[in-house]
Design a protein around this ligand. Structure first.
Ligand SMILES: [Ca+2]
Ligand SMILES: [Ca+2]
Length: 476
């Protein structure tokens, strides 16, 4: 687990080999501590109101700046210097492919503040492991009264107590899972998959006019298609996206009444798009998502880290809680030193819950990445930042196989993030009006101190459990 880069057949029929993302001068948030100042301005308001207001402001800014350069971009496109221009609103800017001449022309454009080089998308091709769309979403078999068992991690995270005592199972919340590949038709996940009601799947049309054809369950932003299947060539039994999704919203294991997910009454939507995080986050916001789980980790981004941070800061003001596992780089062949054991995006302060974990015995496994991290980019100069934020579960976790049976055993912080996403989904189900930073405050207030006393660089504020977190939401 970790970086999802795989042996790749690079899909690149564009004019240049380099993808860039461009910032215009007027950003909604300035750099530095502008995010924290903005949150205090919004305190006491409802999440949906804040989100609507911020989205409108972001889109106004984006249209104003983009319209000023649109003619010039058309000229550069006609001259073969740029291609595939994508306007963004989550930051005020756009992405495109460029030749060297195109790069220089864009840097010189009026109103352009900064150009970041992006990682070009890598994709694999192969036989689909499952259908592209579900013809119909099967009814959920989950029912609190008919549960026969649950695996140790669901017990330790105290989800069953939330279901039985509060009657809260995640209903009304939507969890986006940003990963590398999925198999959509296994029963525990098919029963909770999201459907975009404005879109007719498989007709080759963008029915809801949002710019994406057939984005019914989710979307693969890196190839510009709705097919989210894990290619069969990539893995045997561990389908990474499925492992993560099942921990958040899995219902009953296939063929049994074993409850395997933390928020089985919630919905989930799969997305792929590490090279197009702007589009993926915009899509999640417009579908009304509550959590955005990223079980991947990118090293050595340099200044491009600032871009990710700005996208996720703006996304948080639009109501999303971003979550990412702490990474698996404290030991083993890919070991890295502190302060780069935790990488992008789990190293982002305030707006990404960076989650480490423990095993059934409560002990931290050797691989679990540690903080602190360092921020000293052109735009963010926090210096040393305390990370990780929290701990959940990351060692020898019972996980789904390609048939939806709980026969896999997997370890890694790829699983710690989803445990947190499931908990946050239950919290939003208990009170959808909470602001993302209020969710974090409640988690800090209810985390159980483990490891060294107080905050520590292995488990953050401590071990989080669903029961105390949801109870605190209800008591608020
Ligand atoms: Ca669409
Ligand atoms: Ca369609």
């Amino acid at each position: 687990m970790g970086n999802k880069a795989v042996q790749a057949e690079v899909v690149d029929q564009q004019v240049g080999s380099q993808t860039i993302v461009v910032w215009f001068e007027d950003q909604y948030l300035e750099s530095g501590d502008s995010f924290l100042k903005k949150t205090s301005e919004f305190n006491g308001r409802k999440r949906s109101e804040v989100s609507t207001e911020v989205m409108a402001s972001l889109k106004t800014l984006s249209n104003r700046s983009f319209n000023r350069v649109k003619n010039k971009l058309d000229e550069l496109e006609d001259a073969g210097q740029i291609s595939d221009v994508k306007q963004h609103w989550i930051i005020n800017g756009f992405s495109c492919y460029v030749t060297q001449a195109g790069y220089e022309a864009i840097e010189a454009l009026d109103g352009v503040a900064q150009v970041f080089k992006k990682r070009n998308p890598s994709t694999t091709s192969g036989t689909n492991m499952g259908p592209e769309f579900l013809k119909s979403v099967p009814p959920s078999r989950f029912d609190v009264n008919s549960i026969e068992s649950y695996p140790w991690n669901i017990d330790k995270i105290r989800a069953p107590e939330v279901w039985s005592e509060f009657g809260i199972t995640g209903e009304g919340s939507l969890n986006v899972i940003h990963d590398g590949g999925f198999k959509l038709d296994i029963p525990p996940l098919a029963e909770t998959i999201y459907t975009n009601q404005g879109e007719t799947p498989g007709n080759g049309l963008d029915d809801d006019g949002n710019g994406y054809v057939d984005d019914y369950h989710g979307y693969h932003f890196d190839v510009g298609k709705a097919n989210l299947n894990e290619p069969a060539i990539r893995r045997g039994t561990n389908i990474h996206g499925n492992l993560c999704a099942a921990i958040i919203v899995g219902t009953f294991e296939a063929g049994s009444k074993q409850a395997i997910g933390i928020a089985p009454g919630a919905k989930w939507a799969p997305v792929i798009g590490a090279s197009n995080i702007e589009q993926a986050v915009e899509w999640a916001i417009e579908q009304g998502a509550d959590t955005y789980s990223m079980s991947f980790s990118q090293p050595n981004l340099g200044e491009y880290r600032s871009h990710w941070r700005k996208v996720l800061e703006h996304g948080t003001l639009c109501g999303l809680v971003f979550i990412s596992g702490a990474g698996n780089f404290a030991g083993g062949p890919n070991a890295a030193p502190i302060p780069v054991q935790m990488r992008n995006p789990e190293d982002i302060p305030n707006v990404v819950l960076g989650v480490a974990g423990v095993g059934e015995d409560g002990q931290r496994p050797f691989f679990s990445s540690q903080g602190p991290v360092q921020w000293d980019t052109d735009h963010y100069k926090d210096g040393k930042v305390n990370k990780p934020d929290f701990a959940t579960i990351n060692f020898q976790v019972p996980c789904v196989d390609p048939e939806g049976k709980l026969t896999n055993m997997a370890s890694g912080n790829s699983l710690a993030g989803p445990h947190m996403a499931g908990i946050v989904s239950l919290m939003f189900s208990a009170n959808p009006d909470l602001l993302p930073w209020e969710i974090k405050e409640i988690l800090i207030g209810t985390a159980q101190d483990i490891g060294d006393p107080g905050f520590d660089y292995q488990s953050g504020h401590g071990f989080v459990n669903a029961y105390d977190a949801v109870k605190a939401v209800l008591d608020r």
